[in-house]
Ligand binder design. Structure first.
Ligand SMILES: [Zn+2]
Length: 162
């Protein structure tokens, strides 16, 4: 993969398949299109649109899902993409209530993030240091009121949270 493709030299044609980092990491799905100024890729499963942009993603984040739309910083890891696609699946399970519940319910938000971080670990490989790292995010970034130790336990548990 290469992030330089995004800022790279101009190419002929509009809506021309374009190999960039997200496209290179997600083999299935529809072709990756260079839709100026934001490259994007449509996926069938889960149904969503991945947009790659360093400007649209909020600071201190590498990716964010807004329902079926996923914004990714260029060059993010396969693990992070797996994480965001779990949130897309969660959205499609409850298209009308996922967003409000995520914002309002601590328990729901925790269940969503634990599921997403477990998928991220699955995709990236479960090393103790990675578990510790992601557990730190889980414990600090989502207003869950859990400590690091609890977060490690949640991410380490073998069985699925649902
Ligand atoms: Zn998440």
């Amino acid at each position: 993969m290469s992030t330089s493709d995004i800022a790279g030299r101009p190419r002929r044609g509009f809506l021309r398949p374009w190999r960039v980092s997200v496209g290179a990491r997600i083999p299935e799905g529809l072709p990756y299109y260079r839709t100026f100024p934001i490259p994007m890729k449509a996926l069938r499963n889960p149904r969503c649109l991945l947009l790659e942009s360093r400007w649209l993603v909020p600071r201190h984040f590498d990716g964010i899902s807004l329902g079926p739309i996923v914004l990714l910083r260029p060059g993010v890891s396969a693990g992070l993409i797996a994480h965001e696609l779990v949130h897309v699946r969660q959205f499609w399970r409850r298209p009308f209530t996922h967003g409000p519940r995520y914002l309002l319910s601590k328990a729901y938000r925790q269940a969503c993030e634990v599921e997403a971080y477990r998928a991220q670990l699955q995709a990236a490989g479960r090393t103790p240091s990675r578990i510790a790292n992601l557990a730190r995010y889980l414990a600090t970034k989502y207003r869950l009121d859990i400590d690091q130790e609890t977060a490690v336990r949640l991410l380490s548990a073998e069985d699925s949270p649902r």
